[in-house]
Design a protein. Structure first.
Ligand SMILES: [Fe+2]
Ligand SMILES: [Fe+2]
Length: 368
């Protein structure tokens, strides 16, 4: 079925065209790559996987409770609207909210694929082009998986959020080759990764858990790539050039914190925009969620050398400054471990089922 039939509202033109001023660059140096970057490229090749095979698509998903979300975490919980809602309404709200969230993941993954391809095109060094080519493939697989989940299991999609689209547009239009890294790898992916992690660690539904754990295993490499490339490059920039990048980060962070809340979902339930914004502002759960969304961005920004006064102050104002001290390497190692552990558990369960089957077959043979 065409996705356009599943969108909650018409998305207009079938393509979004973003003009760009960036240059394509080819390098004639084929033998001088940075060891760490080439090692990451090798890992990117070794760790490819196929979502059509690795994910158990036969698992059923209840679209009215796809993630096992507790009532208290819904933004309307405790409001007069919630009191008036029937169980059916609440199921409908869960379906819309999860569709909205996974749709933003899907559009973000497509954006990540395009940004990774842009990096292949515009980054000066061949080692970075090689690595980013593997990432382009990773992001294609991710977009495929989220798209399949939404089509097959949810039957509903939301258009891209206006502000996510604006940030993606700014990232793609910029002529500086480091901006797709900063806008996508650091900001948008940093935010997405934190959101994936929160769902992965709280959902009790096996299909979304598999999807998120396996996608996050790849994302750990993407973050490592962004850090490596930007740390090298930013150490050569002037103060003025660094401040420009910091302004971009500050603006992007506020935008995502304040304008990426799924207010459009509540509007679809007849709640006026101002009221919907107020509810999402007042929800204790959402306030906590919004802070946790920065757990991957803040340490990364600090690590790549964007840690000027204004940026530090912005993070103090957002209440996320302390996150700069969290250990990104540890978080990413955990992301990889969780995916491997999930694989091991699933294969052990399958093995057990096979053994039981064989034993039963032998027993029924003996009986007969
Ligand atoms: Fe991705
Ligand atoms: Fe990624």
């Amino acid at each position: 079925m065409s996705t356009h039939e599943l969108y909650t509202e018409a998305v207009g033109e079938p393509n979004w065209q973003v003009p760009s001023a960036s240059s394509a660059r080819l390098s004639w140096e084929y033998d001088d790559g940075r060891d760490r970057l080439l090692a990451l490229y090798q890992k990117g090749k070794d760790k490819q996987w196929d979502g059509a095979k690795r994910i158990d698509w036969d698992l059923e998903v209840d679209p009215y409770d796809p993630l096992g979300t507790p009532d208290e975490s819904m933004s309307l919980y405790g409001t007069p609207y919630w009191a008036k809602m029937t169980d059916k309404d609440k199921g409908e709200l869960r379906k819309h909210y999860a569709s909205w969230q996974f749709s933003q993941f899907l559009h973000g993954e497509q954006g990540a694929m395009v940004c990774a391809a842009r990096i292949v095109e515009s980054v000066p060094d061949l080692d970075a082009k090689f690595y980013s080519a593997t990432q382009t493939m990773d992001e294609a697989r991710h977009a495929e998986i989220y798209g399949r989940f939404l089509h097959e299991k949810m039957g509903m999609l939301y258009p891209i959020n206006d502000n996510l689209q604006a940030l993606l547009g700014d990232t793609l239009r910029d002529s500086r080759w480091d901006m797709p890294y900063l806008g996508m790898q650091v900001l948008i992916e940093g935010l997405a990764l934190a959101a994936f992690g929160l769902i992965r660690d709280t959902t009790d539904k096996p299909l979304p858990k598999q999807i998120l754990a396996y996608v996050m295993q790849d994302e750990a490499r993407h973050v490592a790539f962004g850090r490596m490339a930007l740390r090298d490059y930013y150490s050569q920039l002037t103060d003025a050039e660094l401040r420009e990048r910091e302004e971009f980060v500050i603006e992007g962070c506020y935008l995502m914190r304040d304008r990426l809340r799924g207010v459009e979902v509540l509007e679809n339930f007849g709640i006026p925009k101002a009221q919907a914004e107020q509810y999402s502002e007042e929800s204790e759960f959402l306030a906590m969620f919004r802070q946790l969304l920065f757990s991957r961005i803040v340490p990364c920004v600090k690590d790549i050398g964007l840690w000027g006064k204004r940026l530090q102050q912005a993070y103090v104002d957002m209440g996320v400054f302390e996150m700069g001290n969290s250990n990104l390497d540890l978080l990413m190692a955990q992301d990889e471990e969780i995916a491997e552990k999930l694989d091991a558990e699933r294969f052990a369960a399958e093995e057990q089922a096979r053994v039981t089957e064989v034993r039963d077959a032998i027993r029924s043979g003996e009986a007969g």
